[in-house]
Write a protein that binds this ligand. Structure first.
Ligand code: AHG
Ligand code: MN
Ligand code: MN
Ligand code: MN
Length: 327
């Protein structure tokens, strides 16, 4: 069996050198984060950091450590103009005079961090935009729509460390090979089946949901004798990375809708660190991504910590949910 490295796969896709080197730096940062995550309880870093991020979440020590690793490795790349992180209030400008061709990297350094103390899968999500003109280094300069992403991906820290990426030519999955230290191609051209019988949502928020979401889940739960005339299975990892990874492997639909508990913020998940990159990956794998009322990647950002409703996965199922919203 021939083994394809991350670099060989990106070169085969004619990825330009700057982007290829940025992807390699991100892969390095993710390996270092994986290492810190794996030391777990021995390193004494599973607890909370006694600080809050701008979104009002209590930070875990590993949220902060992962953010620092990403800043050190990816921030040192000479083509990176700015880093924009879930865990950092302000945009971290690495260049005072950003030029056309420079990159902005948006990232969630540790996704699913509430799962750390129970030893379940967590991950790192990233999104890459290339500036098309010189710009002033201010917050407005990074409020760029998801349709402008040139690459996106995530690392998953599970039983093995995986890296799933797109540079706009489909989605490829790699597995970290501990012996060689390389990410090797293990899931080329990932493809989400258009139909599914599996949904992922935190049903403890049922009372808070809007009517279309409640009706959709009610209909799924009624199974073969209900209006959908098929039985559905349910999964919820509370790590978006793990839930989306499962959907990229075997299909399904993921919902974190706006509800009366998060409406003031516009939803729970973050547009730039979670929704846009996962939206790009899912669409590149043949799925769909929506707020319920439109395509996620077409949302016009109003701030880099902005939140949005997220519905994504198997495209026929996303279409059914959008239909419920229209009715
Ligand atoms: P993060 O750990 O980066 O703050 O993200 C957590 C997110 C996401 O990973 C997951 O889908 C969702 O929060 C889980 O929310 P609930 O705890 O409401 O289920
Ligand atoms: Mn968080
Ligand atoms: Mn997250
Ligand atoms: Mn996070």
């Amino acid at each position: 069996m021939t083994q394809t490295t991350l670099r060989a796969q990106l070169q085969g896709q004619k990825t330009d050198t700057d982007l290829l080197m940025l992807m390699e730096d991100i892969a390095t940062a993710c390996q270092m984060i994986a290492d810190r995550v794996r030391h777990g309880a021995f390193a004494g870093v599973l607890g909370t950091a006694n600080t809050e991020n701008i979104q009002g979440e209590t930070q875990k020590e590993l949220d902060v450590i992962s953010d620092e690793i990403f800043q050190q490795i990816v921030g040192a790349n000479p083509t990176v103009a700015a880093l924009v992180s879930e865990e950092v209030d302000e945009v971290n400008w690495r260049k005072q005079s950003p030029q056309a061709g420079d990159f902005v990297v948006y990232y969630d350094p540790l996704d699913g961090s509430s799962n750390l103390d129970v030893n379940l899968s967590v991950g790192t999500i990233f999104s890459i935009v290339r500036l098309d003109a010189a710009t002033a280094p201010d917050a407005a300069a990074v409020q760029i729509k998801g349709t402008q992403q040139i690459a996106a991906g995530y690392a998953i820290y599970g039983p093995s460390t995986g890296l799933v990426i797109t540079v706009g030519q489909g989605v490829d999955g790699f597995t970290h090979h501990p012996g060689s230290g390389e990410f090797l191609l293990t899931q080329p051209a990932m493809n989400i089946p258009p139909q599914t019988q599996e949904f992922a949502i935190n049903t403890s928020r049922y009372d808070l949901w809007e009517a279309p979401v409640r009706k959709y889940i009610d209909d799924c739960l009624r199974g073969a004798s209900g209006p959908r005339a098929k039985k559905f299975n349910m999964r919820w990892c509370a790590s978006m990375v793990a839930d989306v990874h499962r959907i990229l492997i075997r299909g399904g639909v993921f919902l974190y809708p706006k509800d009366s508990g998060n409406a003031a913020q516009g939803g729970k998940l973050r547009l730039m660190y979670e929704a846009n990159p996962m939206g790009m990956l899912v669409e590149q794998a043949g799925g769909a991504s929506s707020t319920g009322r439109g395509r996620i990647m077409e949302v016009d950002p109003t701030g880099h910590h902005q939140r949005v409703p997220v519905i994504l996965g198997s495209r026929d199922e996303v279409a059914v949910i959008e239909e419920y919203y229209r009715d």
